[in-house]
Design a protein around this ligand. Structure first.
Ligand SMILES: [Zn+2]
Length: 372
């Protein structure tokens, strides 16, 4: 039986339905899993995404290009191929794409996480014959602490910085992670400020009905914003520029799954890293694959070779699927920030080889909190 989905020059393609999923070139019909720029590129004639993500998609794509939507679980057909979208738990509106035709069901995960997130619908496993899964963190070393533990760590760090009159700067992807962090922290500690790239998505989240605490933009030419009491949420690229000067003395930390790896924290030069990812950790990936009941699994971006090998060891038919998706990157901004901070992820640069985390650097057994 022919494969329902294949990788073409323009991206993941369904020949029977004549549509693409997260194409990396302009195509007539794009079904989009979520609005991060390695998955949602401009230039297509027509888009389909999950309804909760429409405003985020519009803020990413701009203009007036048609964006059709489906509610989670609702279906449509293209040339007799049934397509439905199901929550992926990654960012607001993120979806897995279920494709059914000729007695076969394929599911494309997009990026996903199984941990709870107050800003988006939780991941829902979908039964299928073939599951195309991401594997950004597909090595057993990646295991996330519970989000409430990370929230308590961030609150304690913010308070400690405040006691010394220093502004706390938390670096995070502008789409998804920044809003999730704002929703996780204790807003009674002090004012929260957002970089322009973050504020643009904060507006889209609020307009989509997501509840967030008060977050203020940083006024132009302001001095000593927050008076050493604020928490500032900004994309990682601001660490290298002069943007942080308006806050006076700052303490900078990053929130990312890569903060598990001590060498990556050290290379970024941060005293503190908070282990918080919008991707599944290794146990999350394994449980997600199991829950689909799929006998065949195609693994893409991240530790795909290692994760496919692991799945084969468990008796599944598993292979690597070569795509241009990048997932969360240890040393680059999210591509979603490119409008505002000039940090488009290069789809041609392969992701890090996570079979060698940070060139053999030690991985913490308790990978949180202050560095030695
Ligand atoms: Zn993503």
């Amino acid at each position: 039986m022919a494969d329902l989905l294949v990788v073409s020059d323009a991206g993941l393609y369904c020949p029977a339905g004549d549509f693409w999923i997260d194409p990396w070139r302009s195509v007539p019909r794009a079904v989009i899993t979520h609005a991060h720029a390695d998955h949602a590129r401009s230039g297509c004639d027509r888009y389909l995404c999950a309804a909760p993500g429409k405003l985020v998609m519009r803020s990413r794509l701009g203009g007036t290009v048609p964006i059709d939507t489906l509610r989670y679980g609702e279906s449509t057909t293209f040339n007799g191929v049934k397509v439905s979208l199901h929550p992926a738990g990654h960012v607001l509106g993120s979806a897995q794409v279920r494709v059914e035709h000729g007695g076969q069901v394929w599911v494309v995960s997009g990026d996903y996480k199984t941990a709870p997130d107050p800003t988006c619908a939780p991941f829902e496993p979908v039964r299928c014959d073939v599951f195309i899964t991401e594997s950004t963190f597909g090595l057993p070393i990646y295991r996330w602490p519970a989000p409430e533990i990370i929230a308590a760590e961030i609150n304690a760090w913010w308070r400690a910085n405040q006691a010394e009159g220093k502004t706390s700067v938390l670096l995070a992807y502008a789409l998804g992670k920044a809003q999730r962090l704002a929703a996780m922290v204790d807003p009674s500690i002090g004012p929260i400020h957002g970089h322009g790239a973050v504020m643009k998505l904060v507006r889209a989240y609020r307009d989509s009905g997501v509840r967030l605490p008060p977050i203020d933009a940083v006024p132009a030419r302001a001095k000593r914003v927050g008076q050493g009491r604020a928490l500032v949420i900004a994309p990682p690229s601001v660490a290298a520029g002069g943007w942080l000067r308006v806050f006076g003395e700052v303490v900078v930390a990053q929130a990312s799954g890569w903060m598990t790896v001590r060498g990556i924290r050290r290379r970024r030069g941060f005293g503190t890293g908070f282990v918080l990812s919008d991707h599944a950790d290794f146990p999350g990936l394994v449980s997600a694959v199991e829950a689909t009941g799929a006998r065949r699994v195609l693994v893409t971006h991240g530790s795909s070779e290692a994760f496919a090998r692991f799945l084969r060891g468990r008796g599944l038919e598993a292979d690597v699927l070569a795509t241009r998706f990048t997932g969360e990157q240890p040393d680059r901004d999210d591509a979603g920030d490119d409008d505002d901070v000039g940090a488009e992820a290069d789809p041609d640069v392969p992701g890090p080889d996570m079979s060698r985390p940070d060139d053999g650097a030690a991985v913490d057994s308790a990978p949180r909190g202050e560095l030695p």
